[in-house]
Design a protein around this ligand. Structure first.
Ligand SMILES: [Zn+2]
Length: 271
């Protein structure tokens, strides 16, 4: 999916060749050749990466898995792309142009450090899904289904934040947990296996990294609020043409929730 705010790199508009009455045809041909040369130079200088298809929406990311069989890679890819599409629907927007494409690594490999938790970095996501899904699990959802792709949604949202809000792990992490639970309906799936747990995506842990969303949850944060916060974030970034500061983001959250979110940001040491 191409992003609306993608920069326009095509230089022809202001230099369009026009044939004025009486102008010798040979001059017109020279103008065309000159413009073709300009276009070629833009391409060679690397402008127009989107025009030439290098940009990829999250759901169209390359997916690699060193350890998978071809069948496993096909199944993992189906689940990953489903999760990516669900996340893009949820946020109403895709990766920022400067942070695409992303390669998704299903298993630990040379790009992903050994034994680490899933993480998102510039241009790639390491999921370790192969390692996780290789473990026996009688009541897990199939890898092709959303409840099995919590980490894909979580890491995908970290990638989504890049270029939209000034980076702060403790700002993003709570939203990634909230949204991954809400999008995949993992808690509803667990209940369908005979459990009875609270399905609110508000996170019940007290870790430093989720303190912001904890605070917002105590102010009444809802899934609708979070969708609106993410959609408004994208709109504001388009208007501003640069990532939002944490202060601007906190004001946006206050506007959506119609409650002063500043204390929650302060309690989480973000302001
Ligand atoms: Zn995270």
């Amino acid at each position: 999916m191409f992003h609306d705010s993608s920069p326009s790199c095509f230089p022809i508009g202001s230099n369009r060749s026009t044939l004025r009455l009486g102008e010798p045809l040979v001059h017109f041909k020279e103008k065309i050749m000159k413009n073709l040369f300009l276009v070629l130079m833009f391409v060679l200088l690397g402008c127009g990466s989107q025009a030439y298809g290098q940009y990829k929406g999250l759901a169209d990311s390359d997916i690699v898995c060193e350890k998978c069989t071809p069948d496993q890679l096909t199944e993992e890819s189906e689940g990953i792309r489903k999760a990516a599409r669900a996340l893009v629907d949820y946020t109403g927007s895709d990766l920022m142009p400067d942070y695409s494409p992303v390669t998704i690594h299903v298993s630990q490999d040379g790009a992903c450090s050994s034994g680490a938790s899933p993480y998102a970095d510039y241009g790639y996501i390491c999921l370790y899904s192969y390692e996780k899904h290789a473990l026996p699990c009688s009541d897990c959802a199939p890898v092709t289904e959303l409840p099995s792709q919590v980490m894909m949604v979580h890491e995908g949202l970290h990638e989504w934040f890049k270029g939209r809000v000034e980076f702060n792990y403790n700002l993003e992490e709570g939203f990634c947990k909230f949204v991954s639970v809400d999008v995949t309906k993992i808690l509803e799936f667990i209940n369908s296996q005979g459990h009875d747990i609270d399905t609110s995506p508000c996170i019940h842990s007290e870790s430093e990294s989720t303190k912001l969303v904890q605070g917002l949850c105590s102010l009444g944060l809802t899934p609708d609020n979070v969708r609106e916060i993410l959609r408004n974030t994208d709109e504001n970034v388009k208007i501003k043409g640069a990532p939002l500061t944490i202060k601007e983001f906190s004001e946006l959250v206050t506007g959506v929730m119609r409650r002063d979110a500043t204390p929650a940001f302060r309690d989480a040491n973000l302001l």
